[in-house]
Design a protein around this ligand. Structure first.
Ligand code: NAD
Length: 493
């Protein structure tokens, strides 16, 4: 395995990245491969082996073997020790992870360089949490029985991740699954597989038992094979609601356990007594962070009539000032979107919104930026005077675009916030504590943030309601969801 020099910015290998199966690198069947692109420049970044169905079968076989003979047989203390060693390898290479994600996703290095420590911390969280994983003794109403529960691992977990936060989203699936005693096959997005390749290198450097973490690259072919494979006990999927629905249907054939983390159209509600600066900052961050390509980003700004114009004016000022540029330049605060297709889709959504009657405002003129011409850049955008019945007020756009609504009273605010097929997250800004609590209860979303922008951390559960999916990621809950609960009823007579 080629190890990187951590003192220099990371550059991808020239050679084709191999699959990682049973603790070793493997080329794909027929040496098939695909290339990935740097969205800041439109240039080729790296070449990856493309897994066929039979390559995926090999990865599942290696994971099953690892479950029965390796990782799955380790005592909790040993699992915890090895996970901490894996975390240390990740921490040693946070700089590489930061550059890899910046080149692959287009998220500015100013952001990624502060984020990647979170990968190691997430593994450490579960390395600690697993030590307390246990069943319960139950006081059943039958004096002839001693009754207790066992938390058992599931076996092989298939992990399918999207392109927007590839490093973190992979780790948030790998760490709880391993903590619970499972082995995994990861299939990262074919658009941004670079951080998964680094994870393979870290797993190997940490000397995890063969078959503990297996990685196959490609799109729907290896993805669907994992979903259909009878040897895979659970699929943990993060991605679009459309793909999530396909997986839901297919997984029924083998009755797999599922966690589905899907799309969102989260509301940010600002009452007229709020700290307006804090609310503007939260809205601004969700518009520009990762160029708006964040599942839980608040993309519906629901603003009370009395402060609406002031709020919009302040937000416009912030959006106008954001430094858009090539993602690996230190001064850049907003990079490109992921692909030319994504850029076109976003621009079409903006055109549709204009036709529907929204007042479209763009906050940067990119036409005279020669340096950005080859990349996939979209200017921060607001859709003012939006209404809930507009298509673009309901669809997930996945770009730097937010719809802005007006409301008069609390009832109307909650109604607008809940008027969505999705239910991933929400934010409410008000200085009235009782109203804040009422809103937290009334808004139907997996996470509600009060007087702060959207915040996530490994130690608090995260997951959607309705068409945003089901199951939880992060927190102890993610580890529990990667177990099955067995009840043992022991006769005392
Ligand atoms: P996507 O659904 O196109 O792809 C997600 C993953 O599924 C990729 O690895 C892809 O290769 C794979 N895949 C595609 N078709 C498949 C099939 N038929 N069978 C099995 N696997 C298949 O999503 P995307 O464009 O990569 O990511 C963007 C979406 O992800 C957005 O909708 C966003 O909201 C969502 N997302 C949700 C969360 C969350 O926590 N809820 C987090 C991040 C992103």
């Amino acid at each position: 395995m080629i190890m990187q020099d951590t003192t220099k910015p990371f550059t991808p290998h020239e050679a084709v990245y191999p699959l990682y199966i049973g603790g070793t690198e493997r080329s794909s069947e027929g040496e098939a491969s695909f290339s990935v692109t740097n969205p800041s420049t439109g240039r080729k970044l790296a070449e990856f082996s493309s897994a066929s169905e039979s390559d995926t079968d090999l990865a599942v076989a290696a994971a099953l073997d690892g479950f029965h003979r390796g990782w799955g047989r380790l005592m909790p203390k040993e699992r915890s020790r090895l996970m901490n060693r894996f975390a240390a390898e990740i921490r040693r290479r946070v700089n590489d992870f930061a550059f890899a994600e910046t080149l692959d996703v287009g998220r500015p290095i100013a952001l990624t360089s502060g984020e990647m420590e979170g990968l190691a911390e997430s593994v450490e969280f579960y390395a600690g949490t697993l030590l307390a994983l246990s069943g319960e003794t139950l006081n059943v109403s039958d004096p002839t029985l001693a009754d207790f529960t066992l938390r058992e691992p599931l076996g092989v977990c298939g992990l399918i991740t999207p392109w927007n936060y590839p490093g973190l989203l992979a780790i948030l699936k790998i760490a709880p699954a391993l903590a619970a005693g499972n082995t995994v096959v990861l299939k990262p997005s074919e658009v941004t597989p670079l951080s998964a390749a680094l994870l393979a290198e870290c797993a190997q450097a940490a000397d995890l038992p063969a078959g503990t973490i297996n990685i196959v690259y490609g799109g729907a072919v290896p993805g669907m094979r994992l979903v259909r494979h009878p040897g895979v006990a659970k699929i943990s999927f993060t991605g679009s609601t459309l793909t999530g629905k396909r997986i839901f249907v297919e997984a029924a054939q083998t009755m797999k356990k599922l966690t589905l983390e899907l799309g969102g159209k989260s509301p940010l509600v600002v009452f007229d007594d709020a700290d307006i600066e804090a609310a503007v900052e939260a809205a601004f961050t969700d518009n520009v962070r990762n160029s708006g390509q964040v599942c839980a980003a608040c993309t519906r700004l629901i603003i009370q009539e009395g402060i609406h114009d002031d709020f919009v004016e302040r937000l416009e000022e912030r959006l106008r000032s954001v430094a858009i540029g090539i993602a690996d330049r230190p001064e850049t605060r907003m990079g490109p979107v992921i692909s030319d297709i994504q850029r076109t889709t976003i621009e079409e959504c903006i055109d549709t919104a204009a036709r529907e009657g929204a007042v479209v405002r763009r906050y940067s003129d990119l036409t005279d930026r020669d340096d950005l011409r080859a990349g996939y850049f979209v200017a921060p955008t607001l859709l003012l005077e939006s209404r809930s019945d507009m298509k673009m007020s309901r669809a997930e756009i996945f770009g730097p675009v937010q719809s802005v609504f007006r409301f008069c009273d609390e009832g109307q605010a909650v109604e607008l916030a809940n008027d969505s097929e999705f239910g991933l997250a929400a934010a409410v800004f008000t200085r009235d504590a009782a109203r804040a609590m009422r809103s937290a209860r009334a808004i139907s979303a997996g996470t509600v943030c009060i007087n702060t922008g959207r915040k996530v951390s490994v130690d608090a559960p995260f997951g959607g309601f309705r068409q945003s999916g089901f199951g939880k990621e992060r927190g102890v809950e993610a580890m529990l969801e990667d177990t099955q609960l067995k009840n043992v009823r022991y006769s005392l007579s």
